[in-house]
Design a protein around this ligand. Structure first.
Ligand code: ZN
Length: 394
């Protein structure tokens, strides 16, 4: 079976084919050229005003219907990951070392299916803007689009996005007001000692021993410096140094991921890690350099817009389709940048019992596309209904 993009997708089967086509052609951050060209061509076929090249490969489709003044934005991400696919699917990636392992092929397809339905039904009064962004996984495509004037050129009153979620039953909707996903920063520490013969450690400053001690010391940042009622993560995910058993290396490098749910904690952790690394390493007579680039901020869902989004799911799909008890997620998401600019909400959609996100065995669940698209359509129609929900937009 070959997978080609349907000429004019319309039915659920067409959109499943489209999703699988996109799955065969994964493109990495800021290189989503084929994907964004396909998105742009569908949107213009359906009558959207299309702007391309926003923040690199980003696309914005605008559809105005009636005299309504409300404006709503919906966002999907388009990029894939540098992972070698191991699903064995007949529509597995054709691009070696690249894979849609996070379901952004599904998110893009869902938003296109919604685009098609919104344009054919035209059952709202106002402006809908569909935002297809590059580089969610790495590179902060949302921030790049914002810097490129996204919300000045294409204003919205509120913005919404969704992510499929393995482990939540397929097609269930989940919402969380307030801080819903963690901030993420990276810290790269280089311990500079003095190498030498492994048999004569007293003539060296051994960065391996210092690194081992530092890994343990770093565990005190969360346990002793962060309020026990707050959540945070400091993980040393990479440690490299040396290559032979009888040689003490000159230096060792550690790489950390640091996560939290509010800016105060995030800042406090940064200060503690910086102070601790310097002092701890100095106590052994070595020096350290610390590179601590800022990643994605905490994703904060607006309370009123989250209530509205949850209400749309309840009213159109039934209360039993809304998952209860979602807790904040320590993964991060660059939609957080959009939510810093405009009120809105990021929701989660059950992907069922699939392999986890970023696994080489993960696959997006096509069965959830029709309801997810219908959900976007209802959200837009309710947001831009003629008897406007003014309180939802205030
Ligand atoms: Zn993702």
């Amino acid at each position: 079976m070959s997978y080609i993009a349907p000429i004019r997708p319309e039915t659920a089967e067409d959109f499943t084919s489209l999703r699988r086509y996109l799955h065969t052609r994964p493109e990495l951050a800021y290189a989503e050229h084929e994907t964004s060209a396909l998105v742009a061509s569908y949107l213009s076929d359906w009558g959207y005003e299309v702007a391309t090249g926003i923040g690199g490969t980003g696309v914005v489709g605008t559809l105005k219907v009636g005299p309504g003044e409300g404006m709503i934005g919906l966002r999907a991400d388009m990029d894939a990951l540098p992972i070698e696919e191991a699903t064995g699917l007949d529509y597995a990636s054709l691009n070696a070392g690249k894979m849609h392992a996070c379901g952004h092929d599904g998110h893009t397809t869902i938003l296109l299916a919604a685009a098609q339905q919104l344009a054919s039904a035209r059952n709202f009064s106002g402006t809908v803007r569909l935002i297809f962004q590059p580089a969610e996984e790495i590179g902060g495509g949302a921030r790049t689009m914002i810097k490129d004037g996204l919300f000045e050129r294409f204003p919205v009153d509120a913005v919404f996005g969704l992510h499929n979620w393995p482990g939540i039953p397929a097609g269930q909707f989940a919402f969380l007001a307030g801080p819903a996903m963690a901030s993420v920063d990276m810290a790269i520490i280089r311990i500079q000692g003095r190498g030498g013969h492994g048999a004569k450690p007293h003539l060296s400053i051994d960065p391996v021993v210092i690194a081992a001690s530092l890994v343990l010391a770093l565990q005190t940042v969360v346990s002793r410096n962060v309020d026990p009622l707050e959540a945070a993560v400091v993980t040393v995910g990479s440690i490299h140094g040396g290559s032979l058993p009888n040689v003490i290396p000159d230096s060792v490098e550690l790489q950390l991921t640091v996560r939290s749910f509010n800016e105060t904690v995030r800042q406090a952790i940064r200060e503690r890690i910086t102070a601790l690394v310097t002092a701890h390493v100095a106590s052994y007579g070595a020096t350290a350099s610390l590179h601590y680039p800022t990643g994605y901020p905490v994703l904060v869902n607006d309370a009123a817009q989250t209530d509205f989004a949850r209400d749309v799911a309840r009213r159109h799909f039934g209360a039993e389709r809304v998952e209860q008890g979602l807790r904040p997620i320590t993964a991060s998401e660059d939609f957080a940048f959009m939510l810093e600019e405009r009120p809105g909400s990021y929701l989660f959609l059950g992907n069922g019992d699939s392999a986890d996100l970023h696994s080489p065995r993960y696959d997006f669940n096509d069965a959830i596309i029709p309801d997810a698209a219908r959900y976007w359509v209802r959200l837009v129609e309710d947001f831009l209904s003629t008897n406007t929900r003014a309180e939802a937009r205030s």
